[in-house]
Design a protein around this ligand. Structure first.
Ligand code: AMP
Ligand code: MG
Length: 495
């Protein structure tokens, strides 16, 4: 099907490139490398609406040309940003957008600015040994997962579109190239500060901090110590973010400091995974031999990463001030996590014993490898009537007597707050999703896209995952246990 052509001078974007107005030390200006014969793989109308893109424009050939990097729209100011980062605990003094190009910042109808970033748009001065490309597989995974996270109510970069090409890209096997367009108010990372700290470039460090404050935390400018407040706010947002991840069983996979957003967004989706059977020590990234980024490590790793950020900001504040800000992490995480997990358990009040109650449940789930999403969703059906056997829940455990003992405690706990089953059910359904993006779902959508250029499952999942707390008719296959073959899926850093 040939698409209508847009008038060549028509541009539906109003660019206002604040990052590009920073001094040259922060980036390299360059144009995306064209993607041969691009075609549209996925499009997200919700993201388009956010930036006020006309749906008619999104159906044009020009849209595909722009979001494959083949045509730079008027007013854009494409660049690749520099950053550094601690990768698996080791400091790497220079990273940067090695394959992502910030096309520019567009003004949304509400006047807010959004970065439009093309991921996979070719080599940049920060590409090191890489080819500057992204493969279709990982682009579809990021597209689906960022929208799934948004549907779950978790802060994240968004995804506008995926364009594909038959151009070959070599990874473990030969795959095909794709460009993912992602959007965020900013893509500044912890590593964006680290690069200047380690080079001793204090002026640049300060300029970047001032920029982030001015553009993204203007309410902190009037604080007594804006830089300290900035660090505190990032600490707080990161704690909240990771509490969210834990509560939905999301494992990021590569929590390097260059993959940590200063806005507290989930960013840089790679070998991520949602828990199927509950395992405290689950490692979703096949390349993470030491389990550094295992599920139960995420809260601690985030804190460690914040220390890296705090260190990078030391030229802007006293050591004691940074320490005090960083020490706010644990209480902030504990509070956020406790709140989220109480909601998952349907509890409305807080009791001292709640953490123990939860710990015991998770311990049982761990030894039974009880499915995390299915169990919590079904816990809403817990029947607290005398004599109820709650078989449907009990059967999800291998140690059934141990579950019975836990259920008695849970029942007593509910009774103490005068919980009413029907009302609790409704509350719990808002805290426990029916659907998450399990690896097998993404794999199946990818296989269809790759083998038959059939993008229908991507669209179906996108729709489904935009409303994950509501059971949707005809979608039972996505709310059950993963199929047997799912256990063999292995995802690694290669993308
Ligand atoms: P990641 O772990 O995917 O967040 O990437 C770590 C660093 O490697 C970042 O600086 C990326 O820009 C860079 N990188 C990853 N893949 C490629 C690639 N195919 N080509 C160029 N740079 C890449
Ligand atoms: Mg990254």
């Amino acid at each position: 099907m040939s698409l209508p052509r847009q008038r060549p001078d028509a541009t539906p974007f109003e660019f206002d490139n604040s990052f590009g107005r920073l001094p040259g030390a922060f980036y390299t200006r360059l144009r995306p490398t064209p993607l041969p014969d691009p075609y549209l793989v996925a499009f997200n109308p919700a993201a388009a609406e956010l930036i006020g893109l006309d749906p008619a424009y999104c159906a044009t050939r020009e849209f595909v040309e722009v979001f494959s990097g083949n045509r730079v729209p008027q007013g854009a100011d494409p660049l690749a940003a520099i950053y550094a980062g601690h990768q698996f605990g080791t400091f790497v003094p220079q990273l940067g957008d090695g394959r992502a190009i910030l096309l520019g910042e567009v003004r949304a109808p509400d006047r807010r600015r959004w970065d439009l970033q093309l991921k996979g748009a070719g080599r940049t001065p920060y590409s090191r040994m890489g080819d500057g490309r992204a493969v279709l597989r990982s682009s579809i995974r990021e597209f689906l997962c960022s929208e799934a996270m948004h549907g779950l109510g978790i802060p994240t970069t968004r995804a506008l579109a995926v364009t594909g090409s038959d151009a070959p890209v070599v990874r473990e096997t030969v795959e095909s190239a794709a460009v993912l367009t992602r959007m965020a108010p900013s893509h500044v990372r912890f590593g964006s500060f680290e690069v200047f700290f380690h080079r001793g470039q204090e002026d640049e460090l300060r300029t970047l901090a001032d920029y982030v404050l001015r553009e993204h935390f203007p309410e902190l400018l009037s604080a007594e110590k804006p830089y300290v407040s900035l660090l505190s706010e990032i600490v707080y947002r990161t704690a909240e973010l990771v509490a969210h991840w834990q509560a939905v069983g999301f494992c990021h996979g590569v929590m390097n400091t260059d993959n940590m957003s200063v806005l507290g967004l989930t960013i840089d989706y790679g070998p991520f995974g949602f828990l199927d059977g509950f395992d405290w020590n689950h490692v979703c990234n096949h390349s993470d031999d030491g389990g550094r980024y295992a599920y139960n490590m995420q809260p601690k790793v985030a804190h460690w990463n914040l220390y890296c950020l705090g260190q990078a900001l030391l030229p802007l504040m006293e050591m004691e001030e940074a320490e005090a800000a960083l020490q706010r992490y644990e209480p902030a995480f504990d509070t956020a996590y406790a709140m989220q997990m109480r909601a998952k358990l349907g509890l409305q009040t807080a009791e001292d014993g709640d953490a123990k109650l939860l710990e015991r449940l998770l311990g049982l789930m761990h030894s039974s490898r009880t499915d995390f999403t299915i169990f919590f969703r079904s816990l809403a059906l817990f029947d607290s009537a005398p004599g109820a056997d709650n078989r449907g829940l009990r059967d999800q455990f291998t140690e059934r007597e141990a579950f019975d003992a836990w259920a008695l405690e849970y029942k007593a706990r509910l009774a103490r707050e005068g919980s009413v089953d029907a009302a609790r059910r409704d509350r719990m359904d808002l805290a426990n999703p029916v659907y998450v993006l399990r690896n097998w779902m993404a794999e199946e959508a990818i296989a269809k896209a790759r083998d038959g250029r059939d993008y229908s499952m991507i669209a179906e999942l996108q729709q489904l995952l935009s409303d994950p707390y509501t059971e949707q008719p005809g979608m039972q296959r996505y709310s059950g246990l993963p199929p047997g073959w799912a256990g063999a899926i292995s995802v690694s850093c290669s993308s």
